[in-house]
Design a protein. Structure first.
Length: 449
């Protein structure tokens, strides 16, 4: 019992440490380093990013070996990153950091574009063909590129375990809570239904998962964004004031207003960066696992999709949520999290606004659950023989009802900590291999010219 108590105190300390200034500094410095070494690829070559993305929607592959199309890799990764954080997390950032948190969210995402780009470049460059499929991610570039098998094992271990927390139990519980509140459906019944659907998708591997996400992600994103756009248009006269408030609050803080308690510049910066980091997952290394399976003829070509991924997740979806909350005045209501976002949508779209938020939470959480099963199994495959993958998938499905029916306060804290632990070896790899990323970037764009 003493060992468990010590372990519990250690994880509590680690969670506090990693969720504060240490986390912001580590992720920010990594983004700055990679931005400088790639000559700000996310800015200089943004037109190429958009061109590659638009062309990729209609292309089956990128001209080389792989399991799924580049667009399917993007939607699979977006399925994991677009989640409850884009709805409830943005509201929380504004509650704790004020409107200025939105500006620092943009800054963090700009740096995160270079980080996500580098992760994907390295994942594709060091990926391996195994058992008829491709496998890649931080564990492979840590082993083969950084020559550190110990860091590779650490990442894979944290990833395989963390996936059950943030990717399975928490997501299932989020869906069950929303449906119980909105429709009165018992959590266990929701859990059993999710488990059945997940079994049909997860047990089919990456190709079936990609086939689902390439349809599910665009549809659910378009539905949510169109609803948000309607509200923004209805409140168009307030948008200039909202933008001005975001900019001013980012550098001067925000005084108490209505039900808002007020926040300083430090709080705006901290919660803006934190929300961005854990929304787009740039620095965690998880999304690179999906991109490593893409059919592409050059690592940099697939890396451009990572820039697009962060742009969609944070600069588009999170920003739209923030504009709705701020333009409707819901941020001064005293509500928090998803309740604040729901109030913002319901106030401008009576009868359907609340259902838009509830539906978004359900489908975003489900998409995260499906994708994180793949992240977890690839980490597990690195640690164990691939013939045991079906055991991992089966365990994944069986745990879903427990997550839906359980109370997950402890799991939330443990999951956040494990996510932070995943990032540590990944960031070491990015720093150590930043020269290779820069070299591949110069070679690719030099060839294009």
């Amino acid at each position: 019992m003493e060992i468990l108590a010590v372990a519990g105190r250690f994880f509590e300390w680690l969670q506090v440490f990693w969720s504060g200034s240490a986390m912001i500094a580590a992720f920010s410095l990594t983004g700055i380093l990679l931005s400088v070494r790639t000559s700000f690829v996310q800015l200089r070559h943004f037109p190429a990013v958009m061109k590659e993305s638009l062309q990729g929607i209609f292309c089956a592959d990128g001209g080389a070996g792989g399991d799924i199309s580049p667009f399917q890799a993007l939607t699979t990764a977006l399925a994991g990153t677009i989640g409850t954080g884009n709805i409830a997390g943005v509201a929380t950032a504004i509650t704790l950091g004020g409107p200025g948190a939105v500006f620092w969210m943009w800054v963090s995402a700009f740096l995160g574009m270079a980080t996500k780009y580098a992760e994907i470049v390295l994942a594709v460059y060091f990926r391996r063909a195994s058992g008829g499929t491709f496998a890649g991610g931080p564990m492979y570039f840590l082993e083969s590129g950084l020559k550190s098998p110990s860091l590779a094992v650490l990442f894979a271990t944290f990833g395989a375990v963390a996936a059950f927390g943030i990717g399975n139990l928490v997501q299932a519980n989020s869906v069950a809570s929303v449906l119980q509140e909105a429709c009165g459906i018992p959590p266990l019944a929701t859990g059993l239904c999710i488990a059945f659907v997940a079994a049909l998708i997860v047990l089919g591997g990456i190709r079936r998962l990609a086939a689902v996400t390439e349809k599910m992600v665009p549809l659910m994103s378009a539905f949510y964004l169109c609803s948000a756009l309607v509200i923004i248009v209805l409140n168009a006269e307030r948008i200039p004031e909202v933008i001005s408030r975001i900019m001013k609050s980012a550098f001067s803080g925000q005084a108490a207003c209505g039900g808002f308690a007020g926040a300083g510049v430090a709080s705006a910066l901290r919660f803006g960066f934190a929300r961005s980091i854990f929304s787009n997952e740039a620095g965690l290394g998880s999304a690179s696992i999906a991109h490593a399976a893409a059919k592409t003829d050059h690592p940099v070509r697939q890396g451009l999709w990572g820039i697009c991924e962060v742009f969609i997740d944070t600069h588009v979806i999170c920003t739209m949520t923030a504009l709705v909350i701020l333009s409707t005045g819901a941020w001064t209501s005293g509500l928090e999290g998803a309740a604040m976002t729901s109030a913002a949508f319901s106030g401008s779209l009576p009868f359907i606004g609340g259902w838009v938020v509830a539906g978004g939470l359900v489908f975003f959480a489900l998409s995260s659950l499906f994708t994180w099963s793949y992240y977890g199994e690839k980490c597990f495959e690195y640690l164990a023989n691939s013939k045991f993958i079906h055991c991992y998938r089966l365990l994944w499905v069986l745990l879903i009802p427990f997550g839906a029916a359980g109370s997950l306060r402890t799991v939330w804290g443990l999951s956040d900590t494990l996510n932070g632990l995943m990032a540590i070896p990944n960031l070491f790899g990015l720093w150590g291999l930043s020269g290779l990323v820069a070299s591949l970037t110069r070679e690719y764009f030099g060839r294009r010219r």
